[in-house]
Structures are given as structure tokens and as C-alpha cells.
Write a protein that binds this ligand. Structure first.
Ligand SMILES: *Cc1c(COP(=O)(O)O)cnc(C)c1O
Length: 412
């Protein structure tokens, strides 16, 4: 289905004239070096054309599925605008993200509002702004929505995030579909949910159900299993409410961080798409007007960004060699938080000997590292390194801990 795969290079970062650059699908290389000359301090670079291309690839694989970009992956205005210009809406988890999506020009009717902790103020504001769909994560939240909708004399459009109690192979901190995770409505509470819906039809527009198993998913049998498990609940809602025909399959499609391999990644995309089409075709037999939604984040943007940082010191001890750089967990917390792996490249290719480093930042925590025991080309003070795959969950999770400034974000 994706005829673009064949023409696509395997890599997205490559060296040209000794300097690292972004390799775009059209074969053009955009060198990172001129930007390093222009900006002081560590900074992120986002390659908007590549992000656009990812949206096109996903849309052609997931034909007929409406995409809502999970803003929390990277809420940079130009990233959101780029994705929206390809017809992708927004999946948000706070009023701040609602406002950002609106600021980027995404209309309220293309915004899905998820999240376990929506405050009264957030729900009121969402209803005033006519946000397309509230993905409800608990019965107390539904009760709160009903109360507010009554006061405002509005109909709230809701979908229910059901917790299928199914695990996926990923880091435990990013698995969300298990019973002991805080996310979604436990299936045992479904009868109570149905009752609440029946009693409050005048202020609810029941649109569908949603599901999100977690992030960085590269194996899809749990997804199939979850869709099948939720199917009877969806059908029961559909039989009771003729407005209920949307199935939101969540986000979570993973990428490869360890190697640049777009070809294998696209095969994964195809595998994912095939599973969804199969499950949805089976559902469509009972719900002919079925609408399918998805909320991808990481897959669209991760490869479209890097973090550039300067080597401050090379610190040798009898046990280890530390490469101390001017960026750390304050700009990219994934290694500290989930022991996540990010590829690291020197900005300037060199044929010097290899060394094994712990790549660490300036923050006063031992967990402040980008890599441990990583064999890289030898570096010296003042060299720059480029950390790959920082388009997702990097700047969006940044903090100003130690009162270190946030890093600039540059787009091209
Ligand atoms: C984080 C999140 C997503 C996006 O997850 P990715 O792994 O970035 O695709 C989608 N839906 C919900 C509800 C989320 O919390």
C-alpha cells in the first residue's frame, strides 16, 4: 500500500562533506553545522519536511483512519501546523495543549481531549470551546462532565477509554493498558457506566470508545487481543446509542532507536495497519457506519528531531571516561527515566580512535546521563555531538531543574 517505501533510504541522518545532516526522502542532505555556528548553547533541531513525510506515510498505511496527533510528544507550534496541514488533528491532555492546538490553527472539532485528571475548569473550558470529543477515563470524571454540561445546558461529546487489562512489551513506565495502571475505565464498571449514560442522555452525546495500551509498541498481538476484548462493550454501547460508532485505537506505535532502519520500521507500520484493518473490517460488519480514530505521537515526530550539545570536559578516572556535555536530563530525560537508548553521533566525522564513554550532563543527579559505556569516536573539549531521535518526548519533557535554561528549538 505504501508505494513510497521502495524509494526511501534506510537512514535519515548521514554525513556529507564530513558533517552530519538530515537526509530527506528526496535525497537532499541538510547539514547541521551551519546551525551550530548560528546558535549558542544546546538546541533541538526539527526537520519539518521529514515530519510531514511521516504523516503522509502513516496516512497512506492507515487508510480511512482519522489521525489525531498526541501533542505531548512535541507541542512545538510549527510541528503541529505541519501535521495539521496534512489533515492530522490533535489529541491533547490539558487545557494548555488545547490552547496550543487552537493557536496552531487546529479547529475545536479536530481536537480530542484525553487525560485522567481533567479539572472542573478544564472541562468547563473544553465545553465552552466545543472540543470535538472528551475521552473519559473514569466514572467520577463522567459524573463531573454531566454536572457541568447540565449547568451549561450543553451536550458533551464523550468517548470512554476502557482499560482492557492487557499488557504490552514495553518499559513498565509507559504501559497503560493494565488494570493496575491509572488509565481508563475498568471493565467491571461497565454496567454502571451504561446506566449513567442511559440516565443522562439529554446532556451526553456518546460518540465511542477509546483504547491506549502504552507507548513504544513494536509487537501487536496485544492490540488485536484488546480490540477483540473491547468489541462486545462497544457493540452494547452502539446498540443503546446510535451516536456511538467511533472506535479510537489510541497511539503507541513504536520506532527503532538503536539503529536507523526506516525500511524495517515501515514494515512494522504495515503490520500494524494490517491488524487494524482486519479488526476494523470485522467490526464494520456489525457497525456499518464505524469511524476509526488513532492518536499517534512518537512515530510521527521522533526521527524528525535531534539535540545538539557541546563537549565541555573529557574527564578521565581510573575506572571510567566521562564525556561531560552542556545538555542533560533537563533537556532529554528519557535515558534517566526509562533507561532509553538514543544514538549519538559526532557532528564532524572523524577517523580518530574509538573510546568508551559515559556521556553525562551538568545536572546534580547521578541519573543525569545520555549513555553509559558507549563506544564513540574520540572527542575533545569544544566538539559537538548530536543526539538522535529527539523529536518526541525530549523538549516536551524538559525542565529547568538546577535553573539550567531550556534549550532553543530550531525548525527548518
Ligand atoms: C501518549 C498518548 C498517545 C501517544 O502515544 P505515542 O506512543 O507517542 O504514539 C496517544 N494517546 C494517549 C491517550 C496518550 O496518552
Amino acid at each position: 500500500m505504501i508505494n513510497k517505501i521502495q524509494d526511501q533510504p534506510k537512514e535519515y541522518l548521514t554525513y556529507k562533506n564530513n558533517y552530519l545532516g538530515f537526509l530527506n526522502p528526496d535525497g537532499q542532505v541538510h547539514s547541521i553545522e551551519p546551525l551550530v555556528k548560528k546558535y549558542e548553547g544546546p538546541f533541538y533541531i526539527y526537520n519539518l519536511e521529514f515530519i510531514r513525510y511521516r504523516a503522509q506515510l502513516m496516512q497512506s498505511a492507515l487508510k480511512g483512519v482519522k489521525l489525531f496527533y498526541a501533542l505531548k510528544a512535541n507541542p512545538h507550534l510549527d510541528v503541529i501546523k505541519t501535521l495539521n496541514s496534512e489533515g492530522v488533528g490533535a489529541d491533547v491532555v490539558s487545557i494548555g495543549e488545547v490552547r496550543r492546538a487552537l493557536e496552531a490553527g487546529i479547529p475545536a472539532h479536530q481536537i480530542v481531549y484525553s487525560g485522567v485528571g481533567k479539572t472542573k475548569f478544564e472541562i468547563e473550558t473544553a465545553l465552552e470551546l466545543n472540543i470535538y470529543q472528551l475521552n473519559v477515563e473514569s466514572l467520577p470524571e463522567l459524573k463531573r462532565i454531566i454536572e457541568i454540561a447540565k449547568i451549561k445546558n450543553k451536550k458533551a461529546t464523550v468517548a470512554f477509554r476502557l482499560n482492557p487489562n492487557i499488557s504490552i512489551e514495553t518499559h513498565p513506565y509507559i504501559a497503560t493498558g493494565l488494570r493496575d495502571n491509572k488509565f481508563g475505565i475498568d471493565l467491571d464498571l461497565f454496567p454502571e457506566l451504561l446506566e449513567l449514560c442511559k440516565l443522562n442522555q439529554n446532556c451526553l452525546n456518546i460518540a465511542g470508545i477509546s483504547l491506549h495500551l502504552g507507548s513504544q509498541m513494536l509487537e501487536f498481538s496485544s492490540l488485536s487481543e484488546s480490540i477483540q476484548k473491547l468489541k462486545p462493550y462497544f457493540l452494547e454501547l452502539n446498540q443503546n446509542f446510535n451516536t456511538c460508532y467511533k472506535f479510537d485505537i489510541g497511539g503507541g506505535l513504536g520506532i527503532y532507536y538503536q539503529t536507523q532502519d526506516l525500511i524495517s520500521e515501515n514494515k512494522k507500520l504495515q503490520e500494524y495497519a494490517d491488524i487494524i484493518q482486519k479488526e476494523m473490517n470485522s467490526l464494520r460488519q456489525q457497525v456499518p457506519n464505524l469511524e476509526v480514530q488513532s492518536e499517534p505521537g512518537r512515530w510521527l515526530v521522533a526521527h524528525g528531531g535531534v539535540l545538539v550539545t557541546e563537549v565541555q570536559y573529557v574527564k578521565q578516572t581510573p575506572f571510567k571516561e566521562f564525556m561531560v556535555v552542556d545538555s542533560g536530563m533537563n533537556h532529554l530525560i528519557r535515558p534517566s527515566l526509562y533507561e532509553a537508548y538514543h544514538e549519538i553521533f559526532p557532528l564532524k566525522s572523524n577517523s580518530s580512535s574509538k573510546k568508551t564513554y559515559d556521556v553525562v550532563g551538568p545536572i546534580c543527579e547521578s541519573s543525569d546521563f545520555f549513555a553509559k559505556e558507549r563506544t564513540l569516536s574520540e572527542v575533545k573539549e569544544g566538539d559537538f555531538i548530536v543526539i538522535a531521535d529527539c523529536g518526541a518526548y525530549a523538549a516536551s519533557m524538559a525542565s529547568d531543574y538546577n535553573l539550567q535554561p531550556k534549550a532553543k528549538e530550531v525548525c527548518f
